[in-house]
Design a protein around this ligand. Structure first.
Ligand SMILES: *Cc1c(COP(=O)(O)O)cnc(C)c1O
Length: 338
């Protein structure tokens, strides 16, 4: 029986074709700058994202951290959402390894940071305070693509204070497909952006950091210090090139499958389904208290994996098709006898 795994878009399995492409990659020592596949990936991806340069990283966490370290000095501060990945789910790396103070602020329901709140927390030039250096946004956040006009607004705000702007764009391609714009357009307001290759795009590992030549030069030094200088990395680079070529446009299928799933779930009385702004490949649904555990076991027996707890984040991806969504809905319906 096929297992339908809705826990995350990181669970995708590399296809036979992707494995073949990886096995045939032309490689060299990337620490010497001699891996032709990595060099091609960085060049092509930078072109696609509209930045001068790119740097391959092992993970999105490493890529964000290189970015924060390249922007901020010891004792600097970055403004970030309370629920943002860089602040909450990356082990506090910026503070631990960079001595960078986070200034977390509440996030709005659409995943943005309120401009007036940002303005209120920027520190004056006074030795009592950490030096505010950077604003960090996340696109998509909880599967929500940030509104296009907000990006212009936050850029203006950053400029007015002389702050840099970083985008944790782990799922930026989902946002681009959602808004039907080139990813360049979403990256343009930012000085730097980090993108995951191993989320919805389906590479087994890898992320990229983008920015100016100078910024990437600085980030490369930090990557080495973080233990991220890999040798024949082109085997992973080939996967990156493959997924950027083949798996971007099809993210629209994931969004459609999410919408079908969401519609079906909203017909089940016992469930609370959240309607969010600019949704892409995630739906949040709450099951009744007390169903926790028993419900997950039932779903597992039907070949469907969902997260633990009562508020479930369900994620559609490359390995879930329209028929799978119907299987999932049947499994939900069976449990709630509808
Ligand atoms: C997954 C994720 C990351 C980090 O990616 P890893 O490759 O898991 O380290 C960063 N930001 C967001 C928003 C993510 O969802």
């Amino acid at each position: 029986m096929k297992v339908i795994d809705l826990r995350s878009d990181t669970v995708t399995q590399p296809s036979q074709e992707l494995r073949r492409v990886m096995s045939e990659a032309v490689v060299g020592d990337d620490v010497y700058g001699e891996d032709p596949t990595i060099n091609r990936l960085e060049r092509q991806a930078a072109e696609m994202v509209g930045k001068e340069a790119a740097l391959f990283a092992a993970t999105g966490t490493q890529s964000n951290l290189m970015g924060l370290l390249a922007h901020c000095q010891r004792g600097d501060e970055y403004i970030v959402g309370q629920a943002a990945h860089t602040y909450r789910y990356e082990g506090g790396g910026a503070a631990v390894l960079g001595s960078i103070q986070p200034q977390p602020i509440e996030m709005e329901p659409d995943g943005t940071l309120k401009i007036s709140t940002i303005k209120n927390v920027v520190k004056p030039d006074d030795f009592h305070f950490a030096r505010t250096r950077l604003i960090c946004l996340e696109n998509t956040h909880n599967g929500m693509a940030l509104p296009m006009d907000y990006l212009t607004e936050v850029k203006r705000c950053a400029e007015s204070f002389g702050l840099a702007l970083h985008c944790d764009g782990a799922r930026i391609f989902n946002a681009a497909v959602k808004h039907q714009v080139a990813v360049k357009e979403l990256a343009a307001p930012f000085d730097s952006i980090s993108v995951c290759l191993s989320k919805g795009l389906g590479a087994p590992a890898g992320a990229l950091l983008f920015g100016s030549e100078l910024f990437i030069k600085e980030a490369r030094k930090w990557r080495k210090m973080l233990g991220g200088g890999m040798r024949q990395a082109g085997i992973l680079g080939a996967a990156g090139l493959f997924v950027l070529e083949h798996n971007v446009d099809r993210l629209a299928d994931d969004h459609e499958n999410r919408a079908t799933l969401q519609r079906g779930l909203s017909l089940i009385d016992e469930l609370t389904v959240e309607t969010l702004q600019n949704q892409t490949n995630m739906v949040f649904v709450s099951i009744p208290k007390g169903a926790d555990g028993h419900f997950q076991q039932h779903m597992k027996e039907q070949g469907v994996l969902v997260p633990e707890g009562t508020r479930l984040r369900l994620v559609t991806h490359l390995d879930i098709n329209a028929a799978d969504v119907q299987t999932v809905l049947s499994a939900f319906n069976n449990y709630f006898n509808t």
